[in-house]
Design a protein around this ligand. Structure first.
Ligand SMILES: NC(=O)c1ccc[n+]([C@@H]2O[C@H](COP(=O)([O-])OP(=O)(O)OC[C@H]3O[C@@H](n4cnc5c(N)ncnc54)[C@H](OP(=O)(O)O)[C@@H]3O)[C@@H](O)[C@H]2O)c1
Length: 318
């Protein structure tokens, strides 16, 4: 089994004092490690989460660890567009500039359901909530430019448990086909990759770099919608480790690389992957960056159509 990719250690010596970052889903898993590392390097980090009490607990722990930076907790529920708008308004009122937006929060293989705005749960939470958030924070990202947007996607944007990653423009919310949790996850994670690609095209001239990442198969709480986390963390952990599951610090390398490496702006719109499972086995070792084996990623018309449909769905047009 190949070893997980690591950031060059120099990236963790960068002084981020004076920089502000937003990390969605910053109370858990990959998001939490991202918050901890940025704060350690002196940054101000807005830990955006839907359970602020949980966020406060993690904020206090970061403070107690002696991190040089500062963590602020702000409420954000990506499954409610009104919460996304309220978050962005408060952020823009309180902070002038945003150096990095990490669209990290996500749910996986959830039961059939809809967000408050009537979107399929995974497409609505993982993609549309982040789509609106990003659009509303562009003024702050522009002010801080050069700045970055990192969409935390997955290798499952290519194939998820045998399901093809594709955007079904005729039935985005599974209204007319039977619901399938893995197909919905794959669709939402493909949307994360295409979203970064569109942003790079649209915002490239303003000094904002937008990319997507696959963090690896990481031991986090993501399985909770279909398996008790204790089963993963205790009962199955030795077997899953042998099968390739990695720890949260390793699973945060792709995000931190995308956010901090000086190489990344040379690859605006690209996909950066930790070890993964792809249709093209040569891609399984990952790469910073990696050319996605999913043909839809390379079809500019799909990205452009998703951009325009998403804009309308979140109420920015039409
Ligand atoms: N772990 C993996 O193997 C893996 C592999 C590929 C990609 N990813 C991606 O990595 C990202 C981070 O996941 P993780 O593995 O770190 O899992 P995690 O520990 O479950 O973290 C997910 C975070 O997203 C938050 N979240 C879920 N729904 C939300 C909503 N409606 N509004 C705001 N926040 C919400 C969760 O909040 P709560 O704590 O309140 O639930 C949690 O903070 C996800 O986008 C996931 O798709 C993970």
């Amino acid at each position: 089994m190949p070893k997980p990719l690591q950031c060059p250690p120099g990236l963790f010596d960068l002084d981020l004092t004076g920089n502000t970052y937003v990390v969605t889903g910053g109370n858990s898993g990959i998001g939490l490690v991202t918050v901890q590392q940025l704060a350690k390097q002196g940054a101000t980090v807005v830990l955006a989460c839907r359970r602020p009490a949980e966020g406060e607990r993690e904020r206090a722990a970061v403070e107690a660890s002696g991190a040089r930076g500062k963590v602020e907790v702000m409420a954000l529920d990506l499954a409610r567009l009104e919460s996304v708008r309220a978050f962005a308004k408060e952020f823009l009122e309180n902070y002038g500039a945003l150096h990095g937006l990490v669209n990290n929060a996500g749910v996986m293989n959830t039961p059939a359901g809809k967000t408050q705005d009537g979107f399929e749960t995974q497409f609505g939470t993982n993609h549309l909530g982040h789509y609106l958030l990003t659009e509303l924070l562009v003024p702050a990202l522009t002010k801080a430019a050069p700045s970055r947007i990192v969409n935390v996607s997955s290798c499952f944007h290519d194939k998820a448990q045998g399901r093809e990653g594709r955007i079904d423009f005729d039935d985005l919310h599974f209204d007319s086909r039977p619901y399938d949790g893995w197909s919905a996850y794959a669709q939402s994670k493909l949307a994360n990759v295409l979203h970064a690609k569109s942003l790079a095209k649209r915002l490239g001239d303003s000094g904002i770099t937008a990319v997507s990442v696959h963090p690896g198969w990481v031991r986090t709480n993501l399985v909770k919608s279909f398996m008790p986390v204790w089963v993963q963390d205790f009962l199955l952990r030795p077997f899953l480790g042998i099968a390739g599951m990695i720890e949260p610090w390793e699973g945060t390398q792709a995000t931190l690389y995308a956010l901090l490496s000086p190489e990344v702006p040379k690859h605006n719109g690209a996909f950066f992957s930790q070890l993964g499972l792809y249709r093209d086995k040569a891609a399984n070792a990952g790469g910073f960056p990696l050319s996605s084996p999913n043909p839809e990623v390379h079809d500019d018309t799909v990205a452009a159509r998703l951009d325009s449909v998403s804009r309308k769905l979140v109420g920015l047009e039409g």
